[in-house]
Design a protein around this ligand. Structure first.
Ligand code: NI
Length: 154
């Protein structure tokens, strides 16, 4: 398995923070830390099939003065309206906004929406958090069907 080199453009202060973070984690070099990050991300993505049902939140931090950004956000949310349960918006200060979009639907579509929202130019930070309620339902339903004892019962 050969190694390929790739170049990535990163803001200097972001790179500085990453370097000090990975130093604390005990990484010998940046490449190994980046490979681990990529593996983690792919692992998360690969755990479920694209057609699995998920619920989740997409959290975005952005400067609402960024040109066209608020319009683009609204436009995209209308485009994916069937996935969106609700949106909470908080004005953090004169410039910054925090927006959390609560979503449910097919994993593939939720990831697609998250990618497009987070990818909007001017979004400073974005994070998709997902859960699969059906997996838990199945587990607890199974538990209910199986007779079991609690401590102290006879
Ligand atoms: Ni705002």
């Amino acid at each position: 398995m050969g190694l390929l080199r790739t170049g990535v453009a990163i803001e200097s202060d972001l790179l500085k923070r990453f370097d000090s973070h990975i130093k604390n984690q005990g990484y010998a070099n940046r490449s190994e830390a980046l490979r681990d990050l990529i593996r983690d991300r792919l692992n998360e993505a690969g755990q479920k099939s694209g057609s699995a049902f998920v619920v989740g939140t997409i959290t975005l931090i952005y400067d609402h003065h960024s040109r066209l950004l608020p319009d683009r956000l609204t436009e995209l949310q209308h485009e994916y309206h069937e996935l969106i349960i609700s949106t909470v918006h908080a004005h953090l200060d004169h410039n910054l906004c925090l927006e959390t979009v609560v979503v449910k639907g097919m994993l593939r579509r939720v990831q697609e929406l998250a990618g497009r929202l987070i990818g909007i130019k001017g979004v400073q930070h974005g994070k998709l958090v997902m859960s699969s309620p059906q997996a838990y339902l199945t587990r607890s339903a199974k538990r209910r069907r199986r007779p079991h004892m609690h401590p102290g019962q006879s």
